[in-house]
Design a protein around this ligand. Structure first.
Ligand SMILES: [Zn+2]
Length: 453
């Protein structure tokens, strides 16, 4: 492998804007962002031509599921898919693996399982579950980036959801640690009510699944989390916002100084409920994909900063668990597989203007890096930042074919869609790890710890 000393392109996405530049690399870091013609002599210059050079994506919402449910997704397959999608850092969610990451011993089991298998950098969220408040400090000390909890059943028995009393035990501890709490924000009340009404309805109709997870469940949960974030002066992050009505609540809370942030996911921005066919359970996730008018409002919320960034919520399962044979939305596993496709999915739907590349980098690189406290080392192209980079062609289109996906399972609602934006090469600490469909070298991804470089 030739050592790369510099990457040049007509379009380098820097915090000051998109411009022709040569990015000088040294010791795995970005040494300087120099003029386009300021190229080091000799070998080791990667010329990206007109392709975009952007920070590698940071995806803070990924379910890897190893150990324990490695047949759903594992570190090897998941991180290869990430590399092929231009994602250079991912933070693994604490559930769907066994054990769930709710104790230090479980975190160490996850690290042991991940060791030597990761093509990109991997960090871990811890979990807040009923009764584990006593573990949170130690988990933080052991390097988790923050914590995740559910307010409704999570889908797996070993990761129980919390109620307000549990949150009241956890939040003062998290506030003292200055660790964010990532919240699956749907409350059981409105969902149970909706389920009662739908008891005899056809489970293969998407409209019934959508009706069973009303926006009010999310909006009420967001209200509760704003109230608790304010009371405890804690950092709260709303994961996968799906309802436009959550956005004004979050915007107002931010204005009032509440320490709240929010994300949404490509599937809420890309798809609309009306185009989802009955029995098409590859689209099932919770909260559900809503109508296109709602989803347009989510774009608007991103533009206005009510929603901070976009991450995948890659949450696959073996295809059999998606119940494609019966098409039963209520029995199907809820989770969408998309880690490799986030960048082109979002780019395909973005308005392309002068600032759109910078906007994209803020939504998919800098924003998520900030949530994890990695924003001084990842998510931007500037001196001293890690040389984790993606080179991609924003004009080129491709059709998603299962065989090009590196996820463990190829089932995805993006199958056969034409997307715009092709990842050409991915660099990790200055080494090219992915080049036009090929992976190079052994997996070199670091296992990241909060507060350590
Ligand atoms: Zn998730």
């Amino acid at each position: 492998m030739t050592a790369i000393h510099a990457i040049r392109s007509k379009r380098v996405v820097t915090p000051e804007g998109v411009r022709p530049a040569t990015v000088h690399l040294s010791g795995g870091l970005i040494e300087a962002v120099a003029g386009y013609d300021d190229v080091p002599s000799g070998k080791g210059v990667y010329d990206a031509g007109k392709c975009v050079v952007m920070p590698g994506l940071v995806d803070t919402h990924v379910h890897i599921n190893e150990p324990g449910r490695t047949e759903w997704e594992g570190f090897e397959t998941g991180t290869r898919a990430a590399a092929a999608g231009g994602v250079t850092t991912l933070i693994d969610m604490p559930l769907n693996s066994i054990p769930a990451t709710t104790t230090v011993a479980a975190l160490e089991a996850k690290r042991a399982a991940a060791g030597g298998k990761c093509s990109v950098n991997v960090g871990f969220w811890g979990g807040v579950v009923p009764g584990n408040a006593g573990e949170l400090s130690a988990l933080c000390g052991a390097g988790v980036f923050g914590f995740k909890c559910f307010l409704v059943p999570s889908g797996v028995p070993e990761f129980a959801h919390v109620n307000e009393d549990d949150l009241r035990a956890a939040l003062p501890i998290l506030a003292a640690l200055d660790a964010p709490l990532l919240v699956h924000s749907e409350l059981p009340g409105p969902i149970e009510k909706a389920h009662k009404k739908l008891a005899k309805s056809d489970p293969t109709r998407y409209a019934n699944w959508l009706a069973s997870r009303p926006a009010s469940a999310e909006n009420e949960a967001v209200r509760m989390m704003i109230r608790l974030a304010r009371e405890f002066n804690a950092r709260v992050h709303i994961v996968h916002v799906s309802s436009q009505l959550s956005a004004p609540l979050i915007r107002r809370a931010k204005k009032e100084g509440v320490r709240i942030t929010a994300e949404t996911c490509p599937h809420y921005l890309f798809f609309g409920a009306r185009s989802i066919g009955n029995r098409r359970t590859e689209y099932k996730c919770a909260p559900p994909i809503r109508d296109s008018r709602n989803n347009k409002a989510l774009w608007n919320a991103l533009d206005k900063g009510a929603i901070d960034f976009i991450v995948s919520d890659h949450s696959p399962s073996p295809p059999a668990m998606k119940c494609l044979d019966t098409g039963d939305f209520f029995k199907s596993w809820g989770g969408i597989s998309s880690l490799q496709l986030g960048l082109p999915a979002i780019w395909t739907k973005m308005k392309r203007g002068n600032d759109s590349l910078a906007q994209l980098a803020s939504w998919m690189c800098g924003g998520p890096a900030k949530l994890a406290g990695l924003d001084k080392q990842k998510g931007a192209i500037g001196p001293g930042y890690d040389a984790d980079l993606v080179v991609w062609n924003p004009e080129k289109r491709f059709t998603v074919r299962p065989k090009m996906l590196h996820h463990r399972h190829k089932l995805t609602p993006y199958a056969n869609r034409e997307l715009r934006g092709v990842v050409v090469a991915t660099f990790l600490y200055g080494e090219m790890i992915y080049d036009r469909g090929r992976f190079s070298g052994t997996p070199q991804g670091a296992l990241l710890r909060r507060g350590k470089r």
